[in-house]
Structure formats: structure tokens, C-alpha cells
Design a protein around this ligand. Structure first.
Ligand code: B4P
Length: 187
């Protein structure tokens, strides 16, 4: 199965990935985690990405796409059960690039799970988490960037018939149950 997790920062995508991996045997590709690892290791890529992440802006296209391209081609060979993208695509250019890449390796997407959560709830969650980019100013900028650049993907994937909306509030188990209901139908 090939899945995209779509939703605002803090909508709980990362929180649900372990349960999905265990049940469906897919592997996860989380651009946020990959970028944070590059920053922590102080690589040239991490040094370029860091100021964008600290400001809550999207990291430039070439950096993110390079990471995805390398990863996906290898994953298609090593993980026949499929993959789940968390945090990618983040805008239309990334979505179109992903479509092209997946068409090239003959691995089209099966479903896009859109996590629907109100912004007041998101701000509360992220302030509670307290990661380096979870201060109030950066959170508001991340939500503004999400609204402007990422939210148009809801229409993009609806038009392709791939979007399924998951109500992202309630307990982590309740949300997991809603996800299972959708994915069991597709699997
Ligand atoms: P990400 O790492 O992708 O975003 P995130 O804020 O961690 O969101 P997620 O939805 O995964 O939230 P989580 O489950 O952790 O991006 C960070 C930055 O990286 C971006 O701002 C950008 O700069 C850069 N970046 C990443 N991908 C990029 C791309 N493709 N292109 C360009 N730039 C990119 O949940 C958040 C909190 O909520 C946690 O504390 C969790 O415990 C809590 N929570 C989860 N579910 C809950 C529930 N049901 N109830 C209560 N709390 C809950």
C-alpha cells in the first residue's frame, strides 16, 4: 500500500505512523525527521535547512526532493508492502514531482489520509510538545505556510479521487481506529 499523510503541522501524523507500520508492514518516509537528522548531524544539507525550519518556512524544493528521490527508489525494491509519506508533499510542486517520480517507478499512490484538526487544538498541542520549532511565533508561521501552500493539496488529491478525511481529534486510539477502518477497506 502506498499512503500519503496530509495535515497541518501538529495534526498528529507522526503520532499515528508506528501503528500503521505495524499493522500494514509499510515503511515510513518522514521528511521532518530526515531533515532534523541532517540538522543534528550538522551536515551541509542540515546547515542549509536549519534556518528555514527554525522560522517555520518550507525547506527549499531541491533539498527535500533530493532526499525523497534517493529514498523512494531504494524503498520500492526493499519494501514490497509499500510506503507511507509523512510531511511530504508539502506544496503543489512537491505533489507534482511525487506523481512523476511514482509514475516512473510504476508505484502510484493508493490513498491520501487528511488529518482534520482545528488550529486552536494544534497550537495547544505544539506548545505542549516544546520542540525547537514549537514556540508561539514559529507555530503561527507554520500554520500560515500550511494554509497557503499545503492546504491546496486537499483539492488536488480530492480531484484525483485519493483523499480520505480522518477526524484528527479524540484519543490517539480513537484516531487509530478511524485510520484502520479506511486502510482495511483498501488493503
Ligand atoms: P514535520 O516534522 O513534518 O511536522 P510536525 O510538526 O512534527 O507534525 P505532525 O503532524 O507529525 O505532528 P505530531 O504527530 O508530532 O515538519 C517540521 C518542519 O520540517 C516544517 O515546518 C518544515 O520546515 C520542514 N519540512 C518537513 N517536511 C518538509 C517538506 N516536505 N518540504 C519542506 N519543508 C519540510 O503531533 C504533534 C503533537 O501533538 C505531539 O506532541 C503529539 O504528542 C500531540 N498529539 C498527537 N495526536 C494527539 C491527539 N490525538 N490528542 C492530543 N495530542 C496529540
Amino acid at each position: 500500500m502506498r499512503i500519503v499523510l496530509l495535515g497541518a503541522p501538529g495534526s498528529g501524523k507522526g503520532t499515528q505512523t508506528d501503528a500503521i507500520i505495524q499493522r500494514y508492514g509499510v515503511v515510513t518516509v518522514a521528511t521532518g525527521d530526515l531533515l532534523r537528522a541532517e540538522v543534528a548531524a550538522d551536515t551541509a544539507l542540515g546547515q542549509r535547512a536549519k534556518p528555514f525550519m527554525e522560522a517555520g518556512e518550507l525547506v527549499p524544493f531541491d533539498i527535500v526532493l533530493g532526499m525523497i528521490e534517493n529514498g523512494l527508489q531504494a524503498l520500492a525494491r526493499t519494501h514490497p508492502k509499500g510506503f507511507m509519506m509523512d510531511g511530504f508533499p508539502r506544496d503543489l510542486a512537491q505533489a507534482e514531482a511525487l506523481d512523476k517520480l511514482l509514475a516512473k517507478i510504476n508505484q502510484p499512490l493508493d490513498v491520501v489520509l487528511f488529518f482534520e484538526v482545528r488550529y486552536e487544538e494544534i497550537v495547544k498541542r505544539l506548545l505542549g510538545r516544546g520542540r525547537a520549532d514549537d514556540n508561539e511565533e514559529t507555530i503561527h508561521n507554520r500554520l500560515r505556510v500550511y494554509e497557503e501552500k499545503t492546504a491546496p493539496l486537499i483539492d488536488y488529491y480530492t480531484r484525483k479521487g485519493l483523499l480520505r478525511t480522518i477526524k484528527g481529534t479524540g484519543s490517539i486510539e480513537e484516531i487509530g481506529e478511524r485510520i484502520r477502518a479506511v486502510l482495511d477497506e483498501i488493503a
